[in-house]
Design a protein around this ligand. Structure first.
Ligand SMILES: [Zn+2]
Length: 204
């Protein structure tokens, strides 16, 4: 949101900057399909696109003001959708849906519906070391926000009235905060628009 329209910031450029070929991207896992999360999909038409089944239903028939932010031409190229629904495992007290397993990392959908009907977080890691990408279900919400207060205009984003925050993000913050408090040695968290965590994890 508000990013410069600079091609070098697109996913396909950043993948190549890391030394990979675009075709190395075989799987894309979407927390949800809002405009600011899905715009690069057409650059990877060969990749499997993993979504929660309810999110897939939502883009077919958007409802309510939060679902105005789907742009139908983002999937005109007919992505190779993989839809997930079954809740099969427990992840720190939350329901989790296994998506993919690799020797290094497991990938799980953590349903955090509310921002959109099928919105999910994505847990990435192995037992003992996880990163939870909260998508748009959380604003900056832990100590890092104070430690990295470089820009007061950014921190204002934290001061959403609770009712508005619940409407925009869903009501998951207490559960997410509890996981970080109780399992902070095993779980890190970041959300899609969380510049504070980004600074912390990348040491920029
Ligand atoms: Zn969103």
């Amino acid at each position: 949101m508000g990013v410069p329209r600079n091609l070098e910031e697109t996913a396909i450029f950043q993948v190549q900057a890391l030394g990979y070929k675009p075709k190395d991207v075989k799987y894309i896992i979407q927390t949800h399909l809002h405009i600011d999360h899905a715009w690069g999909l057409a650059d990877f038409p060969w990749a499997e696109v993993h979504v929660h089944a309810t999110e897939y239903q939502a883009i077919q028939n958007p409802k309510g003001f939060m679902e105005f932010a789907y742009i139908q031409y983002h999937w005109d190229h007919q992505p190779r959708w993989v839809r997930h629904k079954e809740s099969m495992v427990d992840w720190f007290g939350l329901e989790a849906i296994p998506i993919l397993e690799t020797p290094e990392y497991d990938f799980l959908f953590i349903p955090l519906h509310g921002h959109t009907r099928g919105h999910c977080g994505v847990a990435i890691g192995k037992p003992g070391s996880w990163l939870l990408h909260c998508g748009d279900a959380a604003s900056p919400f832990y100590r890092g926000a104070d430690l990295h207060n470089r820009d007061k205009s950014v921190q204002k984003l934290n001061i959403l009235p609770k009712s508005l925050a619940n409407r925009i993000l869903g009501d998951h913050m207490p559960r997410l905060r509890k996981i970080l408090e109780e399992h902070g040695d095993e779980v890190k968290a970041i959300s899609a628009h969380d510049i504070f965590s980004f600074w912390e994890y990348t040491s920029l």
